[in-house]
Design a binder for this molecule. Structure first.
Ligand code: S3P
Length: 442
């Protein structure tokens, strides 16, 4: 968990970004691999696990419930407990800043005879959990939450849960995954109906662990995901792709700073995560995807990005789930493009680690950008490639992606800007500031 003193940091005008960047393992995939490894029978070995503190929160919780999770020879090893094998934790589970750890673990625990209390930082305690509380209660879990369905939460799971059908009412991979994880130790079939497709890492990973899972597409495009519970999972040896959501910051940095050329290897290019790349390409970005291949049931590629003038764009609502975490950095790209960019249908951004619509509007205005905020989106007037004035202090509001977005913006401002606290970046991309500075130094 984070803590301690805030770490303000300045980001100012930079020369071209050049070279190769190391980007940490995918955070979403890392959480899932750890949880499924803990449910497998035998030892799993994981290379390239995300070093972020969010994933450590998941690992610590699994240890507290009996799984052995250790780092050995540069990789992680997990000795699984078998489906249904979680033990009663002796202390509250500290989720730090991590919504994914919280929601997915609530699902996993719901079908175990275990009582767990979830606590977290100030940002996590602001986030709505009713989206998982309601369906998990239908499965038989007894859940007591703070006011407004927020943390701290105590969840009493049950043995003998029976699989059910669930129709998602929020387009959320976290809710879908929580229900599938709960279904692992429920008898019969757990079926999740997903009207709007979201990232499918859980489905892919469950298959890799030998779960009996089937995905069908309904007539109206709904995804119907069926999981047979009480199946023994086999341990795996996996290599986690680099996180496209982390790579995104370096990619936009290279696009906006003239003369840049950057290469990032083994980046996850799951189509449910590549909305930003699609939008940047539509804006005229020079992005190439080389050596397309599969890694641990996920598509990956090496990405080469060169500075290019960007043109404003309208983001079609259909693409929103595939770039849900990338809007902060997309707004930065838009602020340096020619003409206006518009995005709406983004109400979910208000309940991420911060209210990302307001945080981005406020920060962009402070550095001289033109922004109009609505209930569920932003319209951004671009600078036409010119630097923005900069010079402001930006509040990161316990949100790693707000901190990293403005760090990138600072590279193309006339006056350096200050991000008031860079510690939230530890949740997903430790080493981010060094990577950015390393590049800028050539
Ligand atoms: C995630 C799903 C998304 C995303 C989050 C990670 C996941 O959240 O914003 O960073 O790993 O399943 P929602 O499911 O709430 O959209």
């Amino acid at each position: 968990m984070m803590g301690g003193e805030p770490q303000p940091m300045q980001f100012g005008p930079a020369g071209p970004l050049k070279g190769q960047a190391a980007v940490p393992g995918d955070k979403s995939i890392s959480h899932r691999v750890l949880m499924l490894s803990a449910m497998a029978v035998g030892r799993s070995r994981i290379e390239g696990l995300s070093p972020g503190s969010d994933v450590h929160s998941t690992a610590a919780a699994l240890r507290a419930m009996g799984a052995r999770v250790d780092r050995r020879d540069g990789a992680w090893e997990v000795d699984g407990l078998g489906t249904g094998g979680l033990l009663q934790p002796r202390r509250a589970l500290d989720m730090g800043n991590s919504g994914t750890s919280t929601r997915l673990l609530m699902g996993l625990i719901a079908s175990h005879p275990v009582t767990a209390t979830f606590v977290g930082d100030e940002s996590l305690c602001r986030r709505p959990m009713d989206r998982v509380i309601a369906p998990l209660a239908r499965l038989g879990a007894d859940i007591v939450a703070g006011p407004g369905g927020r943390l701290p939460i105590t969840l009493r799971g049950m043995a003998g849960a029976v699989g059910r059908d669930f129709r998602l009412t929020v387009a959320s991979a976290q809710v879908k995954s929580a229900l599938l994880l709960a279904g692992l130790n429920a008898s019969g079939i757990t079926r999740v109906i997903e009207p709007v497709p979201t990232r499918d890492h859980s489905e892919r990973m469950l298959k890799a662990f030998g779960a009996r899972i089937d995905v069908a597409i309904g007539e109206d495009g709904e995804r119907l995901i069926s999981l047979a519970g009480e199946t023994a999972l086999e341990p795996v040896h996996v290599k986690v792709p680099a996180d496209p959501s982390s790579a995104a910051f370096l990619i936009v940095a290279a696009l906006i700073v003239p003369g840049s050329e950057v290469r990032i290897e083994r980046v996850g290019v799951n189509p449910m995560r590549t909305g930003l790349f699609e939008m940047l390409s539509a804006m005229g970005a020079d992005l190439s995807f080389e050596n397309a291949r599969e890694m641990s049931a996920e598509p990956v590629a090496d990405i080469v990005v060169r500075h290019a003038p960007l043109q404003g764009v309208d983001v079609p609502p259909r693409i929103v789930p595939a770039m849900i975490d990338e809007f902060p950095i997309f707004f930065i790209a838009a602020a340096f493009a020619r003409g206006e960019s518009r995005a709406h249908g983004l109400a979910e951004l208000r309940v991420k680690e911060s209210d990302r619509i307001t945080a981005m509007a406020r920060g962009l205005r402070a550095i001289g950008g033109r922004v109009e905020e609505s209930d569920d989106g932003l319209v951004i007037g671009g600078s036409g490639g010119d630097p923005l004035p900069g010079g402001a202090v930006i509040a990161s509001d316990l949100d790693h992606r707000i901190a990293m977005s403005f760090a990138v913006a600072g590279l193309h401002c006339r006056q350096p800007l200050t991000v008031d606290d860079m510690t939230p970046v530890q949740t997903s991309f430790p080493g981010f500031a060094a990577a950015l500075r390393g590049f800028a130094a050539g």
